[in-house]
Ligand binder design. Sequence first.
Ligand code: SAH
Length: 232
Amino acid sequence: MWRATILTLFPEMFPGPLGLSLAGEGLARGAWALEARNIREHGLGRHRAVDDTPAGGGPGMVMRADVLAAAVDAAAPPGDARPRLLMSPRGAPLTQARVRRLVEGEGVVILCGRFEGVDERIIAARALEEVSIGDYVLSGGEIAAMALIDACVRLLPGIMGEAASGVEESFEAGLLEYPQYTRPREFEGRAIPDILLSGDHAKIAEWRRGQALELTRERRPDLQPPDDKKRG
Ligand code: SAH
């Protein structure tokens, strides 16, 4: 079973939104598993300290490498094949392709930072892969971890059924998705494009591909459709 283990100072944030809707139903059915572990259990001294002031000075607090190492080792003993991720604005931006590969594995172990982040040495010492969910700064890694897990879980077998096979979804073909419509046929004077009501499936597929290409070119010229690289 695909298992997500979260290391956090706020385990009570989980499952949170992951406990609702399709992800939540899957969790309740045992289609995947979630464990949120409190880093503070590995804190030091009477106050279970997990952080300290930055070496070299500066604002805020830094999470200690020794405390984090103990937390990682307890959650993912040697032999646990799951990738160990650190949510971090410095990480590689998360992509649908990375999500697909994570789903093929046994799950993830995710370390959530707080404060100014983590002591640099934990990253190499425990082979953590830094992952970002975008070029902005959150106050902690928990919401980022939820976003990553949500993107993974919806692709697990039996979570979303046919919809999640998702071959036509945004990013799956290196393209943004074509526009979608449903009833009513006319809404405030705006009609559904005739082609979609024509019943001509080949024409519809062609129209959708054209729309997807155009949208992608306009909004995300940085996305290159794999079979379309020469169009530039
Ligand atoms: N001082 C750090 C930011 C710390 S924010 C810096 O400038 O890089 C506190 C924590 O929130 C981070 O350790 C990380 O776990 C999480 N976080 C913040 N922004 C994130 C992002 N864009 N993607 C993933 N995690 C993020």
